[in-house]
Design a protein around this ligand. Structure first.
Ligand code: NAP
Length: 285
């Protein structure tokens, strides 16, 4: 039950004291509701203390049962959820947060994100104003966004004076997102990398396997360590206990500058998930 020794990164828009996010956590996209309690319990046993879920994943109740059963102090845990696409309206957003907190069995979220901007069909500034109201209510410790592009980040920050604490975007060796990461650094936004393993594809990449052979590590460990050394937050998902354990063993080795460059050179602009412009729907996928 010893916690993984992940570095902590400070979030910018907390209203009640300092909020720090563990740079490493566990992802729960495509974790079916009936499996969520088991896999999140396995992750907590393996030392994960940061769990990334979302209203859209339909598994918050199972995540909540695992958190409660773990007996781990609430202040050692970091829990993120995300506003579903159909809940952007002011009252819907507030009600959806009530439901998330009830399902998770928590009084407060550590981080609440706008899951997708859906800029063609919603008013992104109004949604962000609602998130600020939620932050000021004290029911979440920090607020951020996901899948927002440069123009979205600038628009909501210029309109409200409050930048998102994080932007959670797809990043892998095949999609390194340098321009957006540079803007995040300028704006004080922490970058979170979703699908950090390119949904498992990196496990058979010859370049990454060769680096793993040099280091005596698996391909997944090489790639997760690459994300950590770039300074991004990662939360790989797995349904398998041995992979859950493997993916957390990242803090006793390092990639050399040449190995970092070799992984970064795999960038080919390839997405595993949807481009934010293509996601304008309000139903669960
Ligand atoms: N904000 C967003 O729009 C958004 C979108 C997507 C994801 N996310 C978040 O980011 C998290 C991570 O992304 P993701 O789940 O899409 O993809 P990922 O973590 O990059 O990859 C998960 C896939 O890799 C496999 N895998 C995991 N560890 C492995 C290992 N050591 N060796 C070989 N294969 C391995 C898993 O298979 P098994 O499960 O069978 O082990 C699964 O198929 C999500 O769970 C979610 O929390 C956010």
């Amino acid at each position: 039950m010893t916690a993984v020794p992940a570095p902590m990164l400070r979030l910018s828009n907390a209203v009640n004291g300092v909020v720090e996010i563990p740079q490493f956590g566990f992802g729960t996209y495509r974790v079916p509701p009936e499996e969520a309690e088991r896999v999140v319990s396995e992750a907590l046993e393996a030392g994960y203390r940061h769990i990334d879920t979302a209203q859209m994943y339909g598994n918050e109740a199972g995540v909540g049962r695992a958190l409660a059963a773990s007996g781990i102090d609430r202040d050692e845990l970091f829990v993120t959820s995300k506003l579903d696409n159909g809940n952007h309206g002011h009252d819907d957003a507030l009600r959806s947060l009530d439901r998330s907190l009830t399902e998770l069995g928590l009084e407060r979220l550590d981080l609440f994100l706008v899951h997708w901007p859906m800029a063609a069909v919603t008013n992104i500034v109004e949604t962000w104003r609602t998130m600020i109201e939620i932050l000021q209510s004290g029911r979440v410790r920090a607020i951020g966004v996901s899948n927002h592009q440069a123009e979205h980040l600038r628009e909501i920050t210029d309109a409200t004076g409050i930048a998102p604490a994080v932007n959670q975007i797809e990043i892998s060796p095949y999609l390194t997102q340098e321009p957006l990461r540079a803007l995040h650094a300028q704006m004080g936004i922490v970058t979170e990398a979703w699908s950090p393993l390119a949904r498992g594809k990196v496990a058979c990449d010859p370049t990454i396997l060769a680096i793993g052979a040099e280091l005596g590590r698996t391909a997944s460990q090489v790639v997760l360590r690459w994300h950590i050394q770039r300074g991004d937050v990662v939360f790989p998902k797995s349904m398998h206990r041995e992979r859950i354990v493997e993916n957390a063993q990242l803090f006793d080795f390092a990639l050399s500058p040449a190995q970092m460059d070799a992984v970064s050179a795999l960038d080919r602009g390839e997405r595993q998930g949807s481009h934010p412009d293509m996601v304008q729907w309000t139903e669960r996928p």
